[in-house]
Design a protein around this ligand. Sequence first.
Ligand code: TPP
Length: 645
Amino acid sequence: MLFTLTKDRGGFMGVYLERVNDVSELKNLNKTELVGLAEELRKHIIECVSKTGGHLASNLGVVDLTIALHYVFNSPVDKLIWDVGHQTYTHKILTERKDKFDTLRQYNGLSGFPKKAESCHDIFETGHTSTSISAASGMAEARDILGEKHEVIAIIGDGALTGGQAYEALNNIGSKDTNVIVILNDNQMSISPNTGGISNYLNKIRTSILTSDFKLNVEKWIESIPKVGKYMKKTVELAQGSLESLIIPGKLFEDMGVTYLGPVDGHNIQEMIDIFEKVKKLKGPKLIHVKTIKGKGYGIAEEAPCKFHGVGAFDIDTGKATASSSGTTYSQVFGSKLLELAEKNDKIVAITAAMPEGTKLEKFAEKYPNRFFDVGIAEQHAVTFAAGIATAGLKPFFAVYSTFLQRGYDQMIHDVCMQKLPVVFCIDRAGIVGEDGETHQGVFDLSYLSTIPNMTIMVPKDKNEFEEMLEFAADFNGPIAIRYPRGQAGISSNISPKIEYGKWETMIKGENIVIIATGKMVSKAVDIAEKLKENNVQAELVNARFVSPIDHEMLLELGNKFKKVYVIEDNIEHGGLGTKVIDFYNENKLLKDIEVTKLAFPVTFIEHGKPEELYNKYGLDVETIAGKIINDRTGILSNIVNEKK
Ligand SMILES: Cc1ncc(C[n+]2csc(CCOP(=O)(O)OP(=O)(O)O)c2C)c(N)n1
């Protein structure tokens, strides 16, 4: 294979990739050249992702599938909807973004997910799983009402097919004649090996023969089996229904009214092209089962698809991370502490919605397989499942990323909090997560949790406090959430008082202004207070360990002492800690004497980039906040601000 270095950017492109700037040019390549293109694409993706980080294994698995889809369908007239959207790298490269591909996930660079602003080929934005069939179904119905003619294709993974919304959509399309195409990309993996009944079912049919024009006549098929066939037919006539479901691939989908095709080899471009061409001629909802290998073409990733699901920069030869990570992460602290608590309390069970690695529950799963539940990508189910477990007298800890818990909002209200059930929500990746961007930033949780009656919310400032909070939660008899950020859990030098329900902690005594900070922002606030001190502003610093309830007693004391209150949080500015502080002073008629400034993210979707770049952009870095406080006091822009500018 010939590889040439692209003009002004890193990354290798081969001869075929050089010829394809847009999908329309794909059709100029013959079958052998398409295979060559796939090889070049893999190399280009590996080269770039080894520098930028990203979802490597999922993308390597769908290179051939994406080529076949773009070869047969005519994007953007035909609509491709990518479930999760983390597997769109080949799609991006083939749709005029190959020269920008090395900016993937970087601030101001290409997003790691479909983005309408990037390309007319990104027809629908995704990031959370299991939405593609719903969106495709909606687009197909609208197309028919509008009298348009084009195909709508949802591409969904077997992992995403564990999410309830996918079944709501299948249920819907199966009852209609509307033309919708669903491509099931089955690599047997979610992030970890896929779990659950549907995964078992798919595994069974992965090994079955291609039924081509489907609707197999079971009786004929059985009869055709030499010798055994006739005998089988007689003995199983009565049980035909159940037999069919065993031997006809995709019977489940067929029974729902969705024509099933496959399974087809997802690394044989020609086979896929042939079947996609056939599908175009069929009416109604169709599902094509495509078997792929996660990490395909890069041995190290094929062997460890879970590790290479999402990676930072790495060395291509060894697969090892190039950036060294030091210190313990919040997720690791959670994993170890929960193990320790579970040893002492056999009522504790752990739940994850398909994120055992991310939330660091692997050791728990190993040690207590009967007390560990991976329910699939089903956050809403996980919440009510936890409610059931709590009702029966056990103590569930549901570890979940902030952004994905949005899925379980009604279940938190209706199934957990209304009944005051002792479920512990361990909310990981709260605040800014960074390179995954808009769909993944955990900046809404303080707002959405704060609106729920009976929900207690704790936010640790460091490792020690987090461990204490987990202990507190284990003994707490009601719904309780602990939200903590992605990344390292520092240890502050401060010796904290014991956790007391609803009580905050004064960390620094001051005279001029007070800063109330929560969670990750507390350590920033310590630096801010230091900078202020250098500029003769003595700031008091309060650690808001609880966001629900807030510490009324302390707020009244602070209200008597200070005229200026700054509230710093890594949440949007509406509905979080700052809003609660303002509401409290307002309700107590103190706002005429006190000015409260909320320092938080605006109510917007925060793009991708490194966390520090995003804190800078939104004015939540140490220098900007310190500069603002000094400016408020003196009326002149401080040196700190000037230096930064
Ligand atoms: C609602 C939701 N929960 C969790 C995730 C995290 N997540 C991203 S990809 C993924 C696995 C998806 O598996 P699959 O659909 O089979 O795609 P694959 O990566 O295997 O190609 C998970 C759990 C998510 N994106 N959305």
